[in-house]
Design a protein around this ligand. Structure first.
Ligand SMILES: Cc1ncc(C[n+]2csc(CCOP(=O)(O)OP(=O)(O)O)c2C)c(N)n1
Length: 369
């Protein structure tokens, strides 16, 4: 994938913005201003920004809990992220959830699912929908190394392979699943070797080298968009901080952390950009100021936003009485699939519907509350 000078600088900006947003949130957490825990991904920025950079308009990400960089790269709003972390009433989850448990369909961001691995079959559903609609959409679904030991991971890879879905599975292998080191998780050298079992493209890459990530995932995007079926890309990286801010990560040998800190993706990319005379000291300072401004704007916006109204606490948490869903006619795109409709609107649950009109006739109710 060809990167112009402006692209390289934008990638650098996004990596720095991701790191700065998380650093600021850690400070807010220490001041007791964040609701719930804080899960950061210091060290993952080359993987998250680099992978998401390869996508175009109309593509989707189905991210995991360490993917702030993907959100920001896809155009997700720093203000929305900050309102979510501070659980304000205008946050994407309306103050009912924190973290980057955020979806943003305008930017092709499907909200994450906390249960490890469970978002992968959902990502297959998105890819299948787009394939049935004859779009050239690519879906990136990401996960940690730990999530690759779940059943849904294997089910999703098999389904995607059989259906030749336009999906790239990105494994962010950061050395640990919480406190479990990779050598206790699996006994293969490269997690991408698992692609062989499903007959799909598999590749491992240095996940701390943003140019390598863009090149490798970019190639996978071409492969997938060309209708050749899914890909499994392992990005080898490291989670420098704890699983969450409540975790001191003292199970990580200090020399291992030092080794990875020396490969921090941000200074590494900075060195490259400086060497190539793309980034001057003045530009570096300018980008730092820009990042600072965006972060402060997001924090100020979130802090000035109202807390959720306690009177609305049960809204959107419990479904109102009535039928849960109604079944429509077999799908026009593919008669093997039947569409469930939202009983309140009669429209498909699918928020990606083109016309906004119900495409299928209501025939049957499914369950009642
Ligand atoms: C099915 C399931 N089991 C356990 C958890 C609790 N949990 C959340 S993140 C996490 C570690 C996941 O490790 P990995 O997939 O390698 O991602 P990482 O956090 O290292 O980026 C665990 C055990 C969960 N969310 N879902």
């Amino acid at each position: 994938m060809r990167l112009e000078r402006a692209d390289l600088l934008q990638i650098y900006y996004l990596m720095r913005l991701t790191r700065a947003m998380e650093d600021r949130t850690r400070m807010l957490f220490l001041q007791g201003r964040v609701v719930g825990g804080v899960y950061t991904a210091q060290g993952h920025e080359a993987t998250t920004v680099g992978a998401a950079w390869t996508l175009g308009d109309g593509d989707f990400i189905v991210p995991q809990h360490r993917d702030l960089g993907m959100h920001l790269t896809r155009g997700g709003s720093p203000r929305a992220v900050m309102t979510q972390w501070l659980a304000r009433g205008n946050s994407p989850a309306l103050g009912r959830d924190g973290q980057i448990h955020i979806g943003d369909m305008h930017h092709g961001i499907v909200p994450m699912i906390s249960m490890l691995g469970e978002s992968l079959p959902v990502a297959c559903g998105v890819a299948l929908t787009m394939k049935m609609r004859k779009r050239s959409t690519v879906v990136i679904a990401s996960m940690g190394d730990g999530a690759t030991s779940t059943g849904p991971f294997h089910e999703a890879l098999n389904f995607a392979s059989v259906q030749k879905l336009p999906i790239i599975f990105i494994i962010e292998n950061n050395g640990y699943a919480y406190s479990t080191p990779t050598y206790q998780e699996f006994a293969i050298a490269n997690l991408s070797d698992r692609a062989v079992a499903y007959g799909i493209l598999g590749e491992s890459v240095d996940g701390n080298d943003v140019l390598k990530v863009v090149e490798t995932v970019g190639r996978a995007v071409e492969h997938v968009r060309g209708g050749k079926g899914p890909a499994l890309i392992e990005c080898k990286t490291f989670r420098v901080r704890g699983h969450s801010e409540a975790d001191k990560a003292d199970y990580v040998p200090p020399e291992l952390r030092e080794e990875w800190l020396a490969r921090d993706p941000i200074p590494r990319f900075e060195e490259y950009l400086t060497r190539e005379q793309i980034l001057t000291p003045a530009m570096k300072a300018e980008i730092a100021e820009q990042v600072k401004g965006v972060v402060e704007d997001a924090v100020n916006f979130a802090e000035q936003s109202p807390a959720p109204d306690p009177a609305t606490v049960a809204d959107y948490v419990f479904a109102p009485e009535g039928p849960i869903a109604i079944i429509g006619e077999p799908g026009a795109d593919d008669p093997r699939y039947i569409n469930a409709l939202d009983y309140r609107t009669g429209k498909p649950f699918n928020t990606m519907t083109d016309t906004g009109k119900p495409e299928f006739v209501v025939t049957e109710e499914v369950g009642r509350r």
